[in-house]
Design a protein around this ligand. Structure first.
Ligand SMILES: C[S@@+](CC[C@H](N)C(=O)[O-])C[C@H]1O[C@@H](n2cnc3c(N)ncnc32)[C@H](O)[C@@H]1O
Length: 276
């Protein structure tokens, strides 16, 4: 099994960077929901965990002006290179290449811990969130976005099911294993945060239609970023790729609307507080 840091610095990181604009466009509406919920204020100091290409860090840095600052932390060198390029003009934003689970980010430094899909990859989530909480001021807020279960996300599950009719399906994943769906279970996530010392844990369910302008754009995106993407790259077989592409195209054809392809996604906005 590949280590998380290695994954985000190798195939996972390369693939994320290659699809970063398309992914961020897809996440834009969800992003706005979680940024609104986090309600960063001028003058605040914010930590963006697993900040990726820094899109949300830049938004937060603009919101906390004047007087506030943002630190984006990410374990991936190639992804953080994108963030650094984008942020050259932002003087209240820094990026740190580090494992957020263990890095010393400073004690009692931040007013807000924020993340868009960057906190589900920790091997030991209680240890990681205990470390993150140490970096927060007393009374600081935590607001992050994470996926609900795969079967509540047909935009990923349906094309994956079609692809795995052709590709040998992977072992069914352990629902608690680090990865995009590790925080799907509300009770488990609450337990993790409470064991890490957070209070007032809340979950808000967010349903959102993922949307692509046309079928070919949706197919091409899911074949790279969906659950079958890595296996397809590994197989590196033209005939299999053609067959999988046709099967995934059928799925998206059946979700074509006048406004393009639309399929449901579901996520949680999880909120918590560092006790005073
Ligand atoms: C799904 S991406 C989300 C990126 C970004 N937040 C966004 O929404 O565009 C997950 C990010 O978390 C980062 N990541 C994974 N494990 C991490 C860890 N232990 N510490 C810091 N960053 C981590 C990855 O490198 C990747 O950039």
């Amino acid at each position: 099994m590949q280590d998380n840091t290695e994954y985000w610095n190798e195939d996972g990181g390369r693939n994320w960077v290659a699809n970063i604009e398309a992914t961020e466009a897809l996440l834009e509406a969800l992003s706005q929901r979680v940024l609104d919920r986090a309600a960063a204020q001028p003058g605040e100091t914010v930590l963006d965990v697993g900040c990726g290409g820094g899109r949300t860090s830049l938004d937060l840095a603009a919101t906390v002006r004047p007087g506030g600052e943002v630190v984006g932390v990410d374990v991936s060198d190639p992804i953080l290179a994108v963030a650094r390029d984008r942020a050259v003009a932002a003087d209240n934003l820094q990026f740190e290449l580090a494992d957020a689970a263990a890095a010393d980010l400073g004690a009692g430094r931040f007013d807000l811990l924020f993340s868009r899909f960057g906190v589900m990859f920790f091997d030991e989530p209680v240890v990681a969130f205990t470390n993150l909480r140490r970096s927060l001021k007393p009374g600081a807020r935590s607001t992050f976005l994470c996926w609900r279960a795969m079967d509540e996300n047909p935009w990923l599950a349906a094309p994956a099911a079609a692809a795995f009719e052709i590709l040998p399906p992977p072992e069914p994943p352990d629902p608690e294993a680090p990865g995009p769906f590790a925080f799907a279970d509300e009770a488990r996530t609450r337990g993790i945060l409470e064991q890490a010392g957070f209070a007032d844990v809340g979950h808000e369910a967010i349903d959102h239609e993922m949307s692509w302008p046309d079928v070919e754009t949706a197919v091409s995106y899911l074949l790279q970023m969906g659950p079958a993407g890595a296996l397809l790259r590994e197989a590196n077989d033209e005939a299999i790729t053609r067959e999988v592409t046709a099967a995934v195209r059928d799925v998206f054809e059946s979700h074509r609307t006048a406004a393009g392809v639309q399929m449901r996604s579901s996520a949680w906005i999880v909120t918590a507080r560092n006790p005073d």
